[in-house]
Design a protein around this ligand. Structure first.
Ligand SMILES: Cc1cc2nc3c(=O)[nH]c(=O)nc-3n(C[C@H](O)[C@H](O)[C@H](O)COP(=O)(O)OP(=O)(O)OC[C@H]3O[C@@H](n4cnc5c(N)ncnc54)[C@H](O)[C@@H]3O)c2cc1C
Length: 699
């Protein structure tokens, strides 16, 4: 039986509720042991600069000249096919080159044993427009892909949030009501930044192009058919792609993919093929957005600013990268029932005039509009994000997934669309890779929809309330009977929600990849289900200060962080030695059990240790062998597994993250940087059982 079919290859493209205009010119050793326990107050508030970017490791398999960011190309990548053609059978087909598809593709590109393709109906990469807000959590994810520093260099950094409201004395004027800190101290080591979505795409494309697979998008190809053989849950999905490139236009290619991921936006063809729909509020409020180069005497033009005018609507200013440009979101008219934004015939001139009225009494002289768009607000969510039967007992695992705007849409003002969508891609990427490489049980794939749908649901609830508050007129204090929203209330709501918009509030529920919080008290700053909150450390072997979280890359590996107890970790009687002896045991160790024969011992589960002592007081060579593993073709030692607290006062990771100093703790972290489990140092069997629940031993 065949289900989920798109009959018409000429299905319409475009984005729901958006009408975008692209101006033609802009298209597109050992010493006596001292445990120095800091009595200082844990310092929060130093997120000024992360302690250096994650350091790179290379020359493991012999000296190799050139740029270490460019991996050695896998010789199989072209499979003897002519340029421009697609293989008949692949492992993963990603549909859509938006931020969701590119995050997923960049993750899968790291695995030469997985055959991945990404198709896009547009003729080439994005050059301009769409989303621009990059949340702290997203920046943390970018460290794993190795380009957070590039983003930091180019982007605008959001430090404060300003609020303007109608002047009580002259209601036609606006006045500043307050300025607040945008990201609370200690929330992340990385800032909230603003950068054009197109540049984010570029960085992901670089990661893909430098990966062993040299993965590149197949542009000018539109998915037009999807056949899922329901009778055989192990059979691949048949995909039909229509070529749109000159010389091949109209040609239809057919290929088989073990997994298909629809990252194809709000009008997702993959979603429609699954027979799924987005459910939610119908849009009845139109907004305009434009990137402008303008001259103004408005004092907060280089601050993220929310403006509520008395009678002319609301606006949001988002300063942009480069120092001159800024984005304006402008409230337009309410739409009547069944009215579409396109029917308003909004022009850039309308948007400028509306902005000038809202800015009164300040002057706004727009010189250039590189990009603009109008859209309707609608908070909509798909019931399911994959094609698996709802009953987990069916044993059937998904083959088709949807991610990003394809399964959740919301207003852009909270700056969440791109961020949440990329986290969808990051969540799914390592799961697909683990299953395809035979490292994990296929049941892992079911956790994608469960986890990400719950997060999308929270986002939509937040966005619905925010959008309503933004669109409501401000209350007039001189008229107690006036309806609307008190500007102080909007400000309070936004201030309260800044953690949420920073992306750090995401918490996954207990599952096969998130343990129960039985031993949470051993590491209170690492709540299970939340992202691994980085903290500064000093690397033992070379005294380099760095962020612990930045040592992890987007390579599909699990991380086991061993926070040592207050004993001498060099002593064979220490708990760290005891744990490492277990983890080195060929018969009982989950690390040994799940590492393929011949592979480096850290290739699936990467063990790292953090000691309480000053780094001058420990000898790396006195530590268990597993923390100084021999790796690669030459059997070289990896000296980068052990860390000590940062030297700066108030920055001790044991204090910052609430680690029980007497007992120590094991913190298991998923490949997507989320805390999977917290365990005591002697909970060897519990650790093994956790991995047994999700991993698969090599055949
Ligand atoms: C016009 C527009 C303006 C936006 N403005 C803002 C904004 O101002 N602020 C904000 O925060 N967010 C904005 N967004 C939303 C933000 O860009 C999205 O939330 C984010 O891009 C979601 O990423 P995605 O990868 O899921 O989908 P998209 O970025 O929509 O990417 C989907 C990709 O799939 C491709 N595709 C679609 N169908 C097919 C097919 N059948 N075959 C092959 N390829 C296909 C599309 O061409 C597109 O490149 C805007 C979105 C759009 C479309």
């Amino acid at each position: 039986m065949i289900r989920g079919r798109i009959a018409n290859c000429a299905a319409a493209s475009g984005s729901l509720g958006h009408r975008t205009v692209w101006p033609a010119r802009n298209r597109w050793q050992s010493r006596p042991l001292r445990v120095r326990i800091s009595a200082e107050t844990p310092a929060h508030g130093d997120r000024a600069v992360a302690e250096g970017a994650g350091s790179m490791q290379f020359h493991l398999n012999g000296f190799r000249p050139g740029d270490p960011a460019v991996a050695e190309a896998d010789p199989r990548r072209r499979e003897g096919r002519p340029a421009g053609s697609l293989p008949a059978e692949i492992d993963v087909l990603i549909v859509g080159c938006g931020p969701t598809g590119l995050t997923l593709a960049a993750q899968l590109a790291a695995f030469p044993d997985i055959s991945t393709r990404i198709v896009e109906q547009k003729p080439g990469r994005l050059l301009i427009g769409q989303a621009d807000g990059i949340a702290c959590r997203t920046m943390e994810m970018f460290t794993a892909f190795g380009f957070a520093d590039r983003v930091l260099k180019e982007a605008y950094r959001v430090e404060e949030f300003a609020f303007w409201k109608p002047d009580d004395a002259h209601r036609g004027n606006i006045v500043r009501s307050s300025r607040i800190q945008d990201v609370e101290d200690g929330l992340s080591e990385l800032p909230h930044v603003i950068l054009n979505q197109a540049r984010v795409h570029d960085f992901f494309l670089d990661v893909m192009g430098n990966a062993p697979t040299r993965l590149e998008p197949e542009y000018h190809r539109r998915l037009c058919g999807l056949l899922i053989p329901e009778a055989d849950p192990a059979a691949p999905v048949t995909v039909r792609l229509e070529r749109l490139d000159p010389g091949h236009a109209g040609e239809v290619e057919t290929l088989k993919a073990r997994y298909v991921v629809g990252c194809d936006g709000a009008r997702s063809a993959v979603r429609r093929a699954l027979g799924f729909a987005l459910h939610g509020d119908s849009a009845n409020q139109a907004w305009g957005v434009m990137d402008v180069l303008a001259i103004t005497d408005f004092p907060d033009i280089r601050l993220k600013t929310a403006i509520q005018s008395a009678r002319e609507g609301s606006a949001l200013i988002i300063p942009r990268e480069g120092g001159y440009m800024f984005r304006l979101y402008i409230e337009l008219d309410r739409l009547a029932e069944n009215e579409r934004v396109g029917s308003l015939n909004v022009t850039p001139e309308h948007l400028v005039a509306a902005a000038q009225r809202i800015f009164h009494p300040y002057r706004l002289e727009v010189k250039e509009i590189p990009w603009w768009s109008v859209y309707e607000i609608g908070q909509r969510l798909c019931d399911r994000f994959d094609d698996a039967p709802l009953d987990p007992m069916s044993g059937v695992t998904p083959r088709v997934f949807i991610a990003g705007d394809a399964c959740h849409t919301h207003s852009p003002k909270a700056g969440q669309g791109m961020n949440v969508s990329m986290q969808d891609g990051f969540n799914l990427g390592w799961k697909l890779a683990s299953v395809l490489l035979g490292r994990a049980k296929p049941a892992l794939l079911r956790t994608y929809s469960d986890e990400r749908r719950a997060i999308a649901h929270e986002l939509i609830d937040f966005d619905r309330r925010l959008a309503a508050m933004f669109s409501a007129p401000p209350k007039d204090p001189s008229d107690p009977a006036s309806t609307g929203v008190d500007p102080a209330e909007l400000q309070h709501y936004l201030a309260q929600q800044l953690r949420f918009t920073a992306g750090t509030e995401t918490r996954y529920q207990p599952s096969i990849i998130c343990g129960e919080p039985t031993w949470q008290s051993l590491a209170t700053g690492y709540p299970i289900g939340r992202r691994f909150h980085s903290a500064p450390v000093t690397r033992l072997a070379d005294a380099r200060p760095l962020e612990l979280g930045h040592a992890a890359t987007a390579d599909g590996r699990w991380r086991v962080y061993v926070f040592a107890s207050d004993e001498d970790p060099q002593a064979h009687s220490s708990r760290v030695h005891g744990l490492c002896a277990f983890l080195d045991d060929p018969h009982r160790s989950p690390i040994r059990r799940f590492t393929p024969p011949g592979a480096d011992i850290d290739s699936v589960i990467d063990l790292r240790a953090i000691f309480q002592q000053h780094h001058h007081d420990l000898d790396p060579t006195a530590m268990p062998a597993l923390l100084l593993p021999a790796k690669g073709r030459l059997g070289l030692r990896d000296y980068e597994k052990m860390f000590c607290p940062a030297r700066r006062p108030g920055r001790n990771i044991f204090d910052l993250r609430g680690i029980d100093r007497r007992q120590g703790s094991i913190v298991v972290v998923r490949p997507d940087q989320y805390v999977a489990h917290v365990l005591p140092l002697d909970a060897c069997e519990a650790l093994a059982a956790f991995f047994e629940g999700v991993m698969r031993a090599p055949c």
